[in-house]
Design a binder for this molecule. Structure first.
Ligand SMILES: Cc1cc2nc3c(=O)[nH]c(=O)nc-3n(C[C@H](O)[C@H](O)[C@H](O)COP(=O)(O)O)c2cc1C
Length: 447
């Protein structure tokens, strides 16, 4: 077990990749040519997707989670089909180096069972697991557990307690407690496997867990989201944060806030890596990339016209999908600065694209969408990285079936040639990929 405080920092950016429901990040990914419509529950297909990402030396896969069916299931698959822990158990056996980060609710899980599952997965994957600790939101999640949603302050209080109790449980089997001496018959040093007896206001557990350390000791903590509550969680515990951010300036500010939160908690700011979401629209040309998005959005784009109008401060009806904005409309447009995507949407509109094409640029998507060739996408990533806005990106591929391979075969080599991405996995654990310091049990720096 490596007890040094940190591995040597890696040159260049880190990359994570979203995996979800077997299809891709867009509502109609399941209908694209070449996609098996049964991918929703097909573990062979999901394992192949994970292997494609690993071939591209992606540092980690990241599975979101939702505790309820929130989508228009008549037409679109749920964003999350299968339970993440079990999904990653299958993927762990089909891969060997890529990190495996999964989302799980701190509000609707108990510390002992979640700590047990995640440490099992960490051991099973030889030290590649991360927990994206989210408090969940929405009445549907609460309803599925027969509960009311706690007030925000309380759910974050519980989140802090969950991380601490789970880390306490992870460390409850001492790092060198497992003797397994067949000759003497001594299985373990029981003095090093002791109850933790932790109790907060919301979460308690006695311990210990019967699970020895993995190759990285215990799972790494991730956080996704933002706001002061999220930053306080990340500052204390996280080694990776996924952010939703649409400009370099905002990403810089979010990253600075997180780094400060780490410093305030007595940690080295470099222990937190900040990842900006990215939803690349890739093609042989910008036109080709747009055509792919037009096909993918053939039924969803029309529904988005009114919202585009709202973002631009214009009244736009669905029937004018195939005309560009007129000069007088552009002059009257007032980008709605309440939406961080509005300025970009306005810039795209001014280039003269039709309303349908403006929307095909992903201007209403959850994360920035660079549209064009692999080198256009690499340019975007390089600009953000070199501006110090991010430590890396969390890439959501539109259609996994061919999109992961396209990213891996076309974008990754450009990043490598520019000295921006590694050419091999330097280590074998998630902690090593992230350059995160050794930690086993609670962080002794946090009181
Ligand atoms: C990129 C990204 C991914 C996220 N993924 C999830 C997720 O999979 N599940 C989830 O419950 N929350 C996820 N969140 C967090 C929620 O957006 C939100 O921060 C959280 O539910 C807490 O909300 P609240 O602090 O406003 O109550 C994600 C956030 C971001 C930015």
């Amino acid at each position: 077990m490596n007890n040094s405080s940190s591995s040597s920092p890696r040159e260049g950016m880190l990359l994570g990749m979203q995996l979800g429901n077997g299809y891709g990040s867009q509502p109609d990914s399941w209908r694209m040519p070449g996609v098996d419509p049964a991918s929703y529950v097909d573990f062979d297909i999901m394992a192949r997707q994970a292997q494609a990402a690993e071939r591209g030396l992606i540092d980690f896969l990241f599975l979101p989670d939702e505790l309820g069916l929130q989508d228009d299931i008549e037409h679109h698959p749920s964003k999350v089909s299968l339970e993440p822990t079990l999904t990653l158990a299958a993927i762990a056996r089909a891969t060997s180096r890529i990190g495996l980060v999964m989302t799980a609710s701190s509000t609707f899980n108990e510390a002992y069972s979640l700590a047990r599952q995640l440490k099992t997965l960490d051991v099973m994957s030889h030290g590649r697991v991360g927990w994206n600790a989210v408090p969940s939101s929405g009445d549907l999640a609460a309803a599925n557990f027969g509960k009311a949603f706690p007030p925000r302050a309380e759910k974050y209080e519980r989140l802090h307690e969950m991380v601490q109790v789970m880390q306490g449980l992870w460390g409850s089997w001492g790092e060198d407690a497992w003797v397994k001496d067949v000759e003497s018959g001594r299985f373990a040093d029981s003095s090093k496997i002791q109850p933790v007896n932790m109790a907060g206001r919301h979460v308690a557990s006695q311990g210990p867990l019967p699970i020895p350390p993995s190759e990285q000791g215990q799972p790494v903590i991730f956080q996704a989201g933002g706001g002061s509550n999220g930053a306080a969680v990340a500052g204390r515990y996280a080694n990776g944060v996924i952010g939703a951010t649409f400009t370099i300036e905002d990403a810089k500010a979010q990253r600075a806030t997180l780094r400060q939160a780490a410093a305030d908690a007595g940690r080295d700011p470099d222990e937190i890596k900040f990842f900006a979401g990215l939803m690349p629209a890739l093609g042989a040309s910008r036109r080709d990339a747009l055509d792919r998005r037009l096909l993918l959005g053939r039924d969803t784009i029309p529904q988005r016209v009114p919202y585009l109008g709202f973002m631009l401060g214009l009244r736009l009806a669905e029937d004018r999908l195939d005309t560009p904005l007129a000069a007088d409309e552009l002059a009257a447009a007032r980008p709605n600065l309440g939406d961080p995507r509005a300025m970009h949407a306005f810039e795209v509109a001014r280039e003269g694209w039709t309303v349908r094409e403006i929307l095909a640029h992903g201007v209403i998507d959850y994360h920035p969408t660079p549209v064009g060739t692999a080198s256009d996408v690499a340019d975007h990533m390089q600009e953000w990285f070199e501006a110090g806005a991010v430590d890396g990106f969390w890439v959501s591929v539109d259609v996994y079936e061919d999109g992961i391979d396209t990213f891996v075969d076309d974008v990754v080599p450009i990043l490598q040639d520019r000295g921006l991405f590694h050419r091999e996995y330097e280590g074998a654990t998630l902690r090593s990929h992230l350059g995160a310091p050794h930690q086993y049990g609670l962080d002794p720096r946090l009181t």
